[in-house]
Design a protein around this ligand. Sequence first.
Ligand code: C5P
Length: 235
Amino acid sequence: MKAELLYEGKAKKVYQTEIPGRLVLSYKNDATAFNGVKKKTFAGKGRLNNEISSRIFEFLHDKGIETHFIEKLNETEQLVYQTEIIPIEVVVRNLATGSITKRLGMEEKTIFYPPIVEFFYKNDELGDPLINDEHALFLTNVTPIELQEMKGKALKINQILSELFQRLDITLVDFKLEFGRMIDGTIILADEISPDTCRLWDKKTEGKLDKDVFRQGIGDLIEVYEEILDRLERV
Ligand code: C5P
């Protein structure tokens, strides 16, 4: 199925396939934080994120969200549609924590209703800076309509996933999405949704069930990712 390696990111490899327009995403065991400054390998992480992201993308598909996901191929790989990735990270926040509290001095756990949507320019050299709509239009080839569409889709996905995690006794605090453009011009959800890209807090204990345990050195990454998968298996 896999042909040449197209791209290697911090957490995944992307391979061409013999079928035009389809790619293989291969999840790695590496975890990175602070723009790659902190790094560690965790046996089993690739399998967990592949499984978790596959389940979440299938769930979103069933709720009418168009995504690049086609199927899970094996423990660490999935087949996806090839898209032109738009170099904007779309972050949705329901509760204040992480970079927004440092940047704007908000108190931890302040509730954002309506949720806050932010755009970051996907550029490692610049450290993925926060950008506004005008910056996004200048720096990338998105149109104003596409930008609004990305914001609308991100909020819809937030609604669907907040309800899903609520059922699992988890608060969806914030998360990051990436979108891609298909050959016909449609914008669809791409990349992954996993505990690497979301903040997930246990409703009862407020314990962190996401990559913050590695970023902050406060817990066992594999244990909490397994907990997320166990709860998703209840759906
Ligand atoms: O660090 P910050 O508070 O801006 O992160 C917001 C959300 O976006 C978090 O859920 C984090 O895991 C995710 N994120 C990500 N990839 C990045 C930056 C943030 O998945 N490069």
